[in-house]
Design a protein around this ligand. Sequence first.
Ligand code: GLU
Length: 509
Amino acid sequence: MNTDRRVRVRFAPSPTGPLHIGGVRTALYNYLFAKQNGGDMILRIEDTDSQRFVPGAEEYIKESLEWLGIKFDEGAGYGGQYGPYRQSERRDIYRKYVKQLLDTGKAYIAFDTPAELEEKRKAVPNFQYDASTRGEMRNSITLGDEETRRLTEAGEKYVVRIKIEPGEDITVNDIIRGDVTINSSILDDKVLYKSADDLPTYHLANIVDDHLMEVSHVIRGEEWLPSAPLHVLLYRALGWEGTMPRFAHLPLLLKPDGNGKLSKRDGDRLGFPVFPLEWHDPKSGDVSSGYREAGYLPQAVVNFLALLGWNPGTEQEILGMDDLIRLFDLGRCSKAGAKFDYEKGKWFNHKYIQSMSDEEAANLFIPTLEEHGINPADYDVPHIVSLVKERISFIKELWGQTSYFFIAPESYAEKDVRKRWKAGMPQIMAELAELLAAQDDFRSESLEPAVLEWIAGKGYHLGNTMNAFRLAVVGECRGPHMFLITDVIGKEESIRRIKTAIEKITPAE
Ligand code: GLU
């Protein structure tokens, strides 16, 4: 095997819809491997199946990966020496190799119509187009060269099929799985080319392009492992065995409970996105949620995905892109599927928010403040953010955690009223309002001892009194240290809120 060749990997999506989160992980692993080895990362668009083409899918894929910081060195829309990088623009190239396979007897022409194939499938249980059945079908082997030429020249539609020789063990050497051997007899004579649209199928286009683009490593999802023996045979049939890329088939992403493959339905059922960005289906108009719109930071998504199917062999979990590039090891990827632990994804977002500066988090919060009609310039937003940051996993949670800094409560949590605002409390709060009014230095350093001294002197219950104070100011019994809150909202507003609460709250029995 060639070990000293330049590392060139490709991400080769088919533009058939939004990129699934599993596809994002495939792109990420390709990127990490390429960058670690100083190699090239290519974007190739595999759009030979015009039936399944979805407008907007290619743009969606690019935007998703750009958002995540997964960059391409060359490819569709990125330029490069090996283009074009969209398979639909490479017809002339494929035609040549179809001819080569036919001329060398590695492939043959078949005229069987879909109806004829369907009939055969009905008649023969487990029908497979292969060495055992091709002799009964309408193809160049049974019809002969002359009749085949006559039919093709007459414009009859045909396909080109690979001619698989049965009874041979084929070994795929996989970096993650080791040697995987199957017998060629279980393979069918797959269609490589369709005259109807003058395009190759996935299998042929994929191999021709990997070869011509000098791809050194094919890193892709486990679902492609069953195609790999056919791909090995195609490399051989085309005489390219010596430059065959190395394979690495990544483990599946499993449902959170580990039972089966992760699907969009799991996300809908359990309330998490399975796409990087929100996707608007152009046909149905359906909208699917995305990690970006759900409030994830791209770094958190990258870190989370990187550890689904690989780990660095240490306890370290917080890994930025540079760490990942340094530590990633294809050989350490697991063979077993990786459970999609969505809670862990939230945990990563929480961690990345904590590592942000208060200013950065405040900047992300400012649009929300403006939406609520608040002028951020009137407040020290980074300071307010610093008081609650550790409680949040998403920037969008900041409003719920801080709204009372900006607007007085309009209602009071019932269960807190029941517990903390008993019959004698309005009187105690009226005294507190007086105490606050008399306080010249309202900073927490002097206010806190003054309030505590008053409570102790009067023999009031500390917890009940402070919680009633909090209920009046916040609207419920939660939030950071009380005197950090009064520091922000100030004397006038604190007194006003206490007075409003006395007016508005009906004491509990
Ligand atoms: N076009 C295939 C896909 O949609 C590419 C598989 C491969 O990487 O070979 O995933």
